[in-house]
Design a protein around this ligand. Structure first.
Ligand code: NAP
Length: 306
């Protein structure tokens, strides 16, 4: 199966690239790894995407429908490898090999881990990285949300609205989340433990308590909790990019120019896996549109118009 453009990743960047690429008349395929979920799909509510207010899942479903409507093919398959054979890229996915003239990497990011004792052990038994997926099980229970960015505050508000007894633990004494979100958060009266880090998560068959330390006073205390939601940011997913010889910045994000071109000819990148300054659905979509345009220029210049 040969495509003009293969897009790896089906978050807002990948799906926007698919919409634009298909509308340029390019034979387009978008790969979605069944074991991964877009960060956007996990957002309990979105209110800074122009013209839209609602859940992240609803927004991403609409994007996918739109991409399919314009003729992009969607493959629910993990891409294991991409290699170059002459002018063509060969993509090794779960069901076999595909060929494409250009590649758009839109692999996004994966939640970061704290790396503390008890974290891995209690995943699915009280430790979660996704309030939207798991919050329901904690209604009426005491939960801690760890982090100080948009995700942590949005998760805390979501959990509070679900009926959880929620509090936030943050390692500094101010949040980095948007001011508008901070206002909503403080209006809810959700308590915060400032300057505090979690040292350990403990329990039996499920989480029962956390051991926290105030990094200013050195005081250590034990807090009984039923759940721990970890929302400390994302790390870029760039395995495929590395295999293609794509250059990264010192933080591990893919280096792109204003046209979303990487250092490898025919390989473009978009969204949270890139070294862009703002990681939002709207900027990921913008990246995706530009990447599709650059891929269109590349394919038509190099291989001729169809
Ligand atoms: P983030 O903005 O990178 O914030 C991560 C937070 O976790 C920071 O407060 C950070 O503390 C803390 N942290 C990091 N490592 C830690 C550690 N080892 N121990 C304790 N705390 C740690 O991540 P995010 O909130 O997931 O957001 C990621 C991107 O998605 C951002 O660009 C965000 O704007 C975007 N986003 C947007 C929306 C929306 O628009 N609706 C919703 C969610 C996310 P410090 O502050 O001390 O560094």
């Amino acid at each position: 199966m040969e495509f003009d453009v293969a897009i790896i990743g089906a978050g807002p960047a990948g799906l926007t690239a698919a919409i634009y690429s298909a509308r340029y008349g390019l034979k387009t395929v978008v790969f979605e790894d069944p074991s991964r979920i877009s960060q956007l799909a996990l957002a309990p509510f979105i209110e800074n995407y122009p013209g839209y207010e609602g859940t992240g899942l609803d927004l991403i479903s609409k994007m996918k429908d739109q991409a399919l409507k314009f003729g992009a093919e969607h493959k629910l398959e993990r891409v294991e490898d991409v290699r170059r054979e002459g002018d063509i890229f060969v993509i090794k996915a779960d069901s076999g090999e595909y060929k494409a003239k250009a590649i758009i990497i839109a692999t996004g990011g994966k939640h970061r881990e704290l790396g503390i004792e008890g974290e891995k052990e209690f995943v699915g038994r009280g430790v979660s990285y996704c309030a939207v997926c798991d919050g329901f099980f904690f209604r009426g229970k005491k939960v801690a949300v760890i982090g100080g960015g948009n995700t942590a505050l949005a998760d805390a508000i979501y959990l509070k609205d679900l009926g959880c007894d929620v509090f936030v633990i943050h390692r500094r004494e101010s949040f980095r989340a948007d001011q508008a979100l901070q206002k909503q958060f403080f209006d809810k009266g959700i308590p915060v433990l400032w300057n505090t880090v979690v040292e350990r998560i403990e329990g039996g068959s499920k989480v029962e308590r956390i051991i926290v330390k105030n990094i200013q006073t050195g005081e250590i205390k034990e807090i009984e909790v039923d759940g721990v939601f970890i929302a400390i940011g994302i790390q870029p997913q760039t395995e495929i990019a590395l295999k293609l010889g794509v250059e990264m910045d010192s933080y591990g994000y893919i280096k792109v120019d204003k046209r979303q071109r990487t250092n490898v000819e025919g390989v473009f990148a978009a969204g949270d896996c890139c070294d862009n300054p703002l990681k939002q659905a709207i900027t990921a979509c913008g990246d995706g549109a530009v990447a599709a345009y650059s891929a269109y220029e590349y394919v038509t210049n190099r291989f001729g118009t169809k």
